[in-house]
Ligand binder design. Structure first.
Ligand SMILES: [Zn+2]
Length: 218
C-alpha cells in the first residue's frame, strides 16, 4: 500500500513544481525588456566555449563562470596598461557595469592556474590581433560548454583603450555578442547594442539591452 501512496505524493509534488515553473516563466517574460538576446549562447551563436589560442581566433563563445567578477590589469611587462588606460577601465566598470548584477572586484594578486582563476585579465598590446581589429577577448580556461574561468582582453596601445572599446571587450568576456550573433539579429551598428556595436565609438556605454541580458544570465 505504501508504494502507490508515495507515487501519488511524487506526482503531486511534480505537478506543483510544473505549475511553479510555468508561473516563473510568465513572470520572466513580463520582466524581459531586452531588444534582442545577445547573451551567449544564442540561436545564432552556439559553438561550445573552449580554450582559444593566444590572441583568440575571433570566435566569441563564453560566459564568465559566475556573477563575482575578479579582474586584473597588467601593471608591468609586455602588456602593461599605462595609468590613463587603467583609469579608463576602472571608470568604465563603475559607470557601465556597476548597474548590472555582476559584482566587480579588483584582484591585485591574480591567479593564473587552478579552478578559481582571476576572471578577466586586461592587457595592452597587439600580439596576434588581426589587422582589422582594435581589440580581442579570448578564453584561456573553459569550465564547460558555456562558461570560462579566465578570459583575456587585449587592446592595442596608443589611444585604443577607450571607454567604448573596453566596455565592448568586457561585454564579450561576460558573454555578450555582436548584433549578427544576436537573436533576432541586429545590424552590427544598431545603437540599441550599446557598446557591443561594431565598430564602437569612444564613449558609448553598455546600454539597457546589454544590462537586461547580463541580469538575465547572472
Ligand atoms: Zn567584438
Amino acid at each position: 500500500m505504501t508504494v502507490p501512496l508515495r507515487r501519488l505524493v511524487r506526482i503531486r509534488a511534480g505537478g506543483l513544481a510544473a505549475l511553479a515553473a510555468a508561473f516563473l516563466f510568465v513572470v520572466t517574460e513580463v520582466a524581459w525588456a531586452a531588444v534582442t538576446d545577445n547573451m551567449y549562447p544564442t540561436y545564432n551563436a552556439s559553438r561550445p566555449c573552449r580554450d582559444d589560442p593566444d590572441g583568440g581566433d575571433g570566435i566569441l563563445s563564453c560566459q564568465t563562470d559566475n556573477r563575482e567578477v575578479y579582474y586584473y590589469m597588467d601593471s608591468g611587462g609586455t602588456y602593461e596598461l599605462e595609468s590613463p588606460d587603467r583609469t579608463i577601465v576602472s571608470d568604465m566598470l563603475r559607470d557601465d557595469y556597476a548597474p548590472t548584477d555582476l559584482a566587480r572586484h579588483y584582484d591585485s594578486s591574480p591567479t593564473f592556474s587552478g579552478d578559481a582563476e582571476t576572471d578577466i585579465i586586461y592587457q595592452e598590446g597587439s600580439t596576434n590581433i588581426g589587422s582589422s581589429s582594435d581589440g580581442v577577448t579570448w578564453c584561456n580556461d573553459a569550465v564547460d560548454a558555456r562558461r570560462c574561468d579566465q578570459q583575456y582582453i587585449r587592446i592595442r596601445g596608443n589611444g585604443y583603450y577607450t571607454p567604448g572599446l573596453s566596455c565592448h571587450e568586457t561585454g564579450h568576456a561576460v558573454g555578450l555578442t555582436h548584433g549578427q550573433q544576436a537573436d533576432p539579429k541586429l545590424n552590427q551598428t544598431d545603437s540599441r547594442l550599446g557598446c557591443l556595436q561594431t565598430p564602437v565609438s569612444y564613449g558609448t556605454g553598455l546600454g539597457a539591452n546589454n544590462r537586461e541580458n547580463i541580469n538575465g544570465a547572472y
